[in-house]
Design a protein around this ligand. Structure first.
Ligand SMILES: [Zn+2]
Length: 93
């Protein structure tokens, strides 16, 4: 089995956990992309780092993504090998 470059498993949060989180800036939901939690608010576009499975949900540590970066991130499926969940599937919970 080929080793896929995957740093995501270590810092991956459970989907249920991510669903409970809100952007501290605008209270909008977040999605996980790589080792960041990205705000779904197009006017906010904050990205919060995850360090050691602990999301750093403080505005101090937030990155302000550019419009293009933000769009690319939120439109990209969450590539985590375990679970295989994506934003569109909520069927088999
Ligand atoms: Zn936000």
């Amino acid at each position: 089995m080929p080793a896929i470059t995957s740093t995501s498993s270590k810092n991956s949060l459970a989907d249920d956990t991510v669903k409970l989180l809100r952007c501290p800036r605008c209270q909008v939901s977040l999605v996980q992309r790589d080792e960041s939690l990205v705000c779904l608010n197009a006017n906010c576009r904050a990205a919060y780092p995850i360090s050691g499975q602990i999301p750093q949900l403080v505005t101090d540590k937030a990155d302000q993504l550019t419009d293009a970066t933000w769009l690319a991130l939120i439109n990209r499926p969450h590539a985590v090998s375990s679970g295989g969940a994506n934003l569109a599937s909520g069927a088999n919970r």
